[in-house]
Ligand binder design. Sequence first.
Ligand SMILES: *Cc1c(COP(=O)(O)O)cnc(C)c1O
Length: 341
Amino acid sequence: MIATHIQTLHGYTPGEQPQIPGLIKLNTNENPHPPSPKVAEALRAFDPARLRLYPDPVCKAVRERIAEIHGCPVANVFAGNGSDEILALASRAFVNADETIGFFDPSYSLYPVLADIHNVRQNPKKLNPDFSWQVPATCHDALFYLANPNAPTSLRASTETVAALCKNASGVVLIDEAYADFARGNCMALATAPDNTNTLVMRTLSKSFSLAGLRFGYCVGPAPLIHALYKIKDSYNVNMLTATLALAALNDLPHMRANVSKIIATRERLAHALRERGFTMPDSETNFLFARPPDGKAVQLLQHLRDRKILVRHFDFPATREHIRITVGTDAEADALLAVL
Ligand SMILES: *Cc1c(COP(=O)(O)O)cnc(C)c1O
């Protein structure tokens, strides 16, 4: 009754969302600062009577704003119900049954699950021990998921390096830029370049825009790839409330940038204090730190913090076992964490 590959599937495990009073939640890279007041205004002004009607199936108004932000035609923009939806659609749109999905290891732990759900082979490429990577001479994966900056390592590869990967790839490269607003550079120019045929750059409102609960993500790239995604998506993948509030958020970039600046300041302060305590970590270009405690006993530390109502994330794989991933919260949350350590 259940498809064979689904019977054996290990589904994705999202970070937990427990309802514990006084909990300091640093486990899912959410933004601790509120979204733009323009989002609250748009919510108050929204007339529920509008919900009688179906939303715009192609989400035109928000895509026009995104096209304006990135200086590209609307035909180069796809809007999704969170960027996780776009990742899943890409596996269906760009990968035949006998082809592979590539990604680096470690990276976003959803990628291998999506390959399993689509029932195609995975082709993971191990990162170097310092979590960097070399450009493969060739890449024959039909689809390559590239998180840049990477999660959970927090490191970014330069645009030149990513451009070389895209050039050597025979399939689609989907650059997952969930954390780009926290980084010193990004790859959007690769997506909007006139000669680009295989590169998509994806963004989300979940992290830098403080709207993880809203579920809105988008990607930019060649019109034929965008068109393929539009052919297979659910008819009304972005609901009317989400479209309305996403537009309000995208119309207030200064608010997002001010929150990002606060988080970067806290991030640098927390990284410095952790290093003083003997932790080691890559130089983060994200809203989290991938920190190794001095003794490498990450699970014990995780539990120690949990007992004190501080939640962080641990990934039990060989390359990540000795690290914990700490979301950068508010300054007060950073101080609480440091007090426990
Ligand atoms: C958080 C995250 C996402 C998920 O984004 P949503 O828009 O909330 O679905 C995608 N990719 C990476 C690497 C992330 O860390």
